[in-house]
Design a binder for this molecule. Structure first.
Ligand code: HAM
Length: 431
């Protein structure tokens, strides 16, 4: 059997491939990225990139030692006989904060908005919408604790998914408070769960000592049943005065701007760096458990990584999950046509001339050519398969006179045009 791609990865395929779905179509990824780019750059975000692998220590300190990501899902990077202590990035934020600190971005005007897209890696149990290599669009804002920044980040996310044509999406918005609020909540959870220790999964027993809030995020059914039975009070009830005021202000802005959201009093994100505002974007078609997007504020993260303090907030969505949601909503991608001009030689000696004419035409049009000569009938069939707008034939007559015999593939219009006038002709016919 020929070599297969690794489990939990996908190829992004050319349009027209057999077995094509929206979440494997290369053009669909491009469409999502372009839409995100338009919305985010209009709001002043700059596109950045960071490496696909980082120090394991960065991810451990950033994402948190008690998370599933760090405990079970890291891909370690090995190289020739040695092990460099590197991991493939499971998410973008820790690396972006590292780049902020290392690059001295503090000197740039704040709030500083950046965005990134690219692959992320988590060694997860593979299922629909849960991959080992997936792709995120990530937006981050640095240098402001103003609730206005939180509200704007959420509004931008909603605008991206709206522009993509998604309908059944919901923002679930909550707050996980300041570190001291979380401590109080964790103390409450410890007290609540300790008498039921034997009913908790092994992972959650461990979470009870390290970070009890993680129990609420457990994937074990037994844990979830216990959580339901105990009637756990939500995090929102433990917010201190400052965090509560901040959260109220975020909601006021969103309501004022008409950005819809649902309050989620018990939101728990899968990463440890969050504080205060946190949210997820859910879609009915993709399943209740899997969010399309997650985000929140992470004001303490830079210090946790050993750098100078800088407040930050952001979100990331998985492009694959977004595409599954778009498919469930019946969103159609704009169809891109094939070449505007497809040049075909009618005899072998004119193939190089057809090639040269196409190369020159690329200065003003999407132009392709056939690599072998064809009779007109085959040329039209070939042009149709390639969804060409105009097919241009070059035989010995055209070669002698310096012309191309054009035919419009949809209307059937025919015209002999001198090569020197092709640009003007195609531009006019495009209008
Ligand atoms: P996250 O919630 O871990 O947050 O991931 C964000 C999104 O990435 C998810 O909502 C989902 O769409 C996608 N995703 C995550 N894991 C997988 C997977 N195994 N397969 C397919 N898609 C997946 C973060 O990564 C944070 N860095 C978000 C953030 C940015 N917070 C602040 N700034």
């Amino acid at each position: 059997m020929a070599i297969q791609r690794p489990k939990g990865t996908q190829d992004h395929l050319p349009s027209g491939s057999p077995k094509l779905s929206l979440d494997t179509r290369a053009a669909a990824f491009e469409y999502v990225r372009d839409t995100a780019r338009r919305v985010l750059e209009r709001a002043g975000a700059q596109r950045i990139d960071t490496p696909l692998f980082e120090e394991a220590e960065l991810v451990k300190r950033g994402v948190g030692g008690s998370t599933d990501i760090v405990r079970k899902e890291m891909f370690t990077v090995y190289y020739f006989g040695d092990h460099g202590g590197y991991v493939l990035r499971p998410e973008g934020t820790a690396g972006i904060v590292r780049a902020y600190l290392q690059g001295g971005w503090k000197q740039l005007p704040a709030p500083l908005k950046v965005w990134l897209h690219g692959p992320m890696f988590r060694a997860e149990n593979v299922q629909k919408g849960r991959l080992r290599q997936f792709h995120q669009v990530d937006y981050e804002v640095f240098g402001s604790t103003d609730p206005l920044v939180d509200a704007e980040a959420i509004a931008l996310l909603v605008e991206v998914v709206r522009e993509l044509g998604l309908k059944q999406v919901k923002v679930k918005l909550g707050s996980i408070g300041d570190p001291e609020d979380r401590e109080a909540y964790n103390a409450y959870l410890r007290e609540l769960f300790t008498p039921h220790l034997e009913r908790l999964s092994d992972d959650s027993k461990d979470r009870l000592t390290r970070n009890p809030m993680r129990i609420l995020d457990s994937k074990s059914e037994g844990d979830q049943q216990l959580i339901a039975e105990l009637g756990v009070r939500p995090m929102l009830e433990f917010l201190g005065e400052d965090a509560a005021a901040h959260f109220a202000q975020v909601q006021r802005y969103l309501t004022d701007w008409g950005v819809p959201y649902d309050l989620d009093p018990s939101i728990v994100r899968g990463l440890d760096y969050y504080r205060r505002t946190a949210w997820e974007l859910h879609h009915e078609g993709v399943g209740a458990k899997s969010a399309l997007c997650g985000g929140g504020r992470y004001d303490g993260l830079a210090e946790q990584l050993g750098g100078q303090a800088v407040p930050g907030i952001g979100w990331a969505f998985g492009i694959e999950r977004l595409l599954l949601a778009m498919e469930a909503d019946g969103v159609e991608l704009p169809v891109s046509s094939g070449p505007q001009l497809y040049l075909v030689a009618l005899d072998e000696e004119n193939v190089p001339l057809a090639a040269k004419t196409a190369l020159e035409a690329r200065a003003y049009a999407r132009a392709e050519f056939a690599y072998r000569a064809m009779k007109p009938g085959s040329a039209f069939k070939d042009a149709e398969r390639r969804r060409a707008v105009w097919v241009g034939l070059i035989g010995s007559d055209e070669a002698a006179q310096g012309t191309v015999s054009l035919k419009h593939m949809e209307t059937g219009e025919q015209k002999v045009v001198p090569v020197g006038e092709l640009a003007a002709f195609l531009q006019k016919s495009d209008d």
